[in-house]
Write a protein that binds this ligand. Sequence first.
Ligand code: PEP
Length: 248
Amino acid sequence: MRTPFIAGNWKMYKTTAQALEFAGRFAAMDRPAGVNVALAAPFTQLAALKKKLEGSGIKLAAQNMHYEEEGAFTGEISAAMLREIGVDYCIIGHSERRQYFGETDDTVNQKVKKALGAGILPICCVGESLEIREAGEAAEYVSSQVRAALKDVSAGEAAQITIAYEPIWAIGTGRTATPGQAGEMCGLIRETLKELYGTDVSEKTVIQYGGSVKPSNASELMHTEHIDGALVGGASLVPEDFMDIVRF
Ligand code: PEP
């Protein structure tokens, strides 16, 4: 049985003061048992949020990390640095990182392996552009992204990874994939995992949908086969909205 997993991705929003205000309000609300919840915050907020969230059961995620252990990489943050703070998860390969910061299937794979080695659980993002979808190539494209991200990752490690299916055309656009479209693609990702690692891993892996998830559509998406969770951008910025999604 997979535990539903709802993660909020704050992107480059909120100062530390605003983040702490959010965390205080959010942690004080009634939250359903049996739903795993994480907040993916900018680097500067992580240490303060870790303290603030102590004892709440709410997990902490980073939005990116570097794949090297250490070195002359000005402006970068390593997996060990995140682990030292007590970060639980790291989003890897978000489409905004692929689009604006030169992230490739290869760097995604290197980051996934480095995160796992450091005890950080990857939330690995995949998803097609509108052009690829309209050309009828979405399934092949996303399946190859999954294979590339998991290259040289063992079955034991793969079972710890969350995959987020985030069609680029649905991120921040208000245009949500229909439950049918999202469920079909998440099912295809599960099928790819089965081919790579067998049924045990594919049935254990948590697969999230992301792309304009909001309180009004969360329930239907979350009750669709193969969708085990949501990666939520815009609607995770307001505690009440995000909690409505967690309560799906
Ligand atoms: C995201 O940032 O991963 C995302 C899905 O954003 P939004 O919910 O705003 O579409």
